[in-house]
Design a protein around this ligand. Structure first.
Ligand code: ATP
Length: 458
């Protein structure tokens, strides 16, 4: 992309609009219940979106669980005993101060309106309808969704949709530690849905009311937590870079003491420079023993660790890494989006890392005759299962290439008139546009090596 056509962050102008439209057109992301006019800030992932999401979560799981001998997985329920959320502090403190404009009835988080931070929010002007002096006094708004368990809708049957996956890990600390025979330091990793009744969701899938988190709680000996906190900050930043995200659009931001959550001793965010500014997409938190201690007090059950060699018993401290899967997907998409002029037209290309791309290779017969479709179909069939393959025989070859560029497919394989004679196909590289002749029998190995070259663990 040429510098004059970009914004400060180096992104295309109107990138968010372009992404929303591409995501819908190509089947990455749709608005939930669209035919009914949608529902507030919930999104559905289409055929390509789910592949990209699966690839990101598999890479996270691989790098977190498979590649660490002291991190194990868990999949806890979304619904939990409501006491969990009392103990964790969410019932009492998971709130945002909110004001409502009496004129247009729009609600705003106090900390998101710069002028409203001023002495008296009720005197401010509404950024939506422009009315001044019509804001209500700020009141605390709990972000947890409530529902009822069982046949009776009454207060005693209230349960919550979890607002984070972490508590499922804390309450299972003993179960996992003992059954997996883990010794401190060790971690528990989990991927799953979380729900927050956000007052001001927005920026497409950046802030939604239903989303997925990939969290890991690392249990350490008290006194070693600061060292582990530093280690995990570095590891997580390296991981973000390993997804192929531009280094200059990544940074670590330390929380000020006024920003720290009630359970945190220290926290840093990994931020990405979105078109709408620098924003968090992963948090690394030095959570002390707050959660385990709190659950011990509320449940009356011991959540301690016995260090046998040292003959010592303690409640471990926790360093948490918490990343939104859907927010990470937005980072990956925003960073991969590119436009360039090729042969007097604009080529839109998603420069996704090959191991993350929803489709790894597309297979085309150059034309639908002379035995080309048969060879191409057989090749596609042979490659399926090893790679995610898309077969396309419709339209000019140029249009087929462009469709795959927009989808981020790193390799397009074309069977042409020569193939029947020399058993060779043309492999076209999405980024360099180079075309290489490869023997039919070696296409699988070629793809494997090309993907492996940018992701040694793929
Ligand atoms: P924010 O300040 O953006 O509301 P947070 O500090 O409350 O986020 P955490 O509770 O630390 O976020 O959650 C960890 C991660 O979960 C975030 O870094 C983000 O990637 C993701 N996340 C949190 N809230 C949302 C949301 N409403 N929609 C999508 N992802 C979210």
């Amino acid at each position: 992309m040429t510098p004059e056509s970009t914004t400060d962050s180096g992104h295309a102008p109107d990138l968010m609009d372009k992404l929303v439209s591409l995501c819908k057109r190509r089947g990455f992301i749709f608005q939930s219940s669209e035919i009914y006019g949608g529902v507030g800030s919930v999104y559905d992932y289409g055929p390509l979106g789910i592949e990209l999401k699966n690839n990101i979560q598999q890479v996270w799981w691989r790098d977190m669980v498979f590649r660490h001998n002291n991190i194990v997985g868990l999949d806890a329920g979304i619904l939990m005993n409501p006491e969990v959320w009392v103990a964790s502090g969410h019932v009492g403190a998971f709130t945002d101060p909110l004001v409502e404009c009496r004129n247009c009835h729009r609600r705003f988080r106090v900390d998101e309106l710069p002028e409203i931070e001023a002495e008296n929010p009720t005197d401010q002007q509404c950024p939506v309808c422009g009315t001044t002096g019509e804001f209500t006094d700020p009141r605390q708004f709990n972000l947890m969704f409530k529902t009822f368990m069982g046949p009776v809708e009454e207060e005693s049957a209230t349960v919550y949709l979890r607002p984070e996956t972490a508590q499922g890990i804390f309450v299972n600390f003993k179960n996992v530690q003992e059954s997996a025979r883990q010794k401190v330091p060790f971690g528990i990793a989990q991927i799953g849905k979380a729900f927050r009744n956000e007052i001001t969701p927005g920026n497409f899938i950046f802030r939604t009311r239903e989303f997925e988190q990939m969290e890991m709680q690392f249990f350490v000996k008290p006194g070693t937590e600061d060292e582990w906190f530093e280690t995990w900050k570095e590891r997580r930043l390296d991981w973000a870079r390993s997804l192929g995200i531009s280094n200059e659009r990544l940074r670590l931001q330390k929380h000020g003491s006024d920003e720290l959550a009630h359970y945190c001793k220290d926290a840093s965010d990994i931020e990405y420079q979105f078109p709408f500014g620098w924003q968090e997409f992963e948090g690394i938190h030095n959570r002390t023993d707050y959660d385990l201690r709190s659950h011990q007090e509320h449940s009356g059950k011991k959540l301690e660790y016995f260090d046998q060699p040292a003959n010592e018993r303690y409640t471990p401290y926790v360093v948490e890494t918490s990343i939104g899967l859907s927010r990470a997907l937005l980072v990956v998409l925003a960073d991969a989006y590119d436009e360039e002029e090729v042969e007097n037209s604009t080529r839109v290309v998603l420069r996704l890392k090959p191991s993350l791309a929803p489709i790894q290779a597309a297979v085309f017969p150059l034309v639908k005759k002379d035995g080309m479709p048969e060879i191409a179909e057989k090749l596609a069939e042979d490659l399926r299962g090893k790679f995610n393959i898309f077969y396309d025989a419709a339209g000019s070859i140029g249009r087929r290439y462009r469709r795959q560029d927009e989808t981020g497919t790193p390799f397009c394989i074309t069977v042409d008139g020569q193939t029947g004679e020399d058993q060779m196909v043309t492999v076209r590289n999405r980024d360099t546009l180079d075309q290489t002749r490869v023997p039919l029998s070696q296409v699988s190995q070629y793809l494997h090596e090309a993907i492996h070259a940018t992701d040694p663990h793929a």
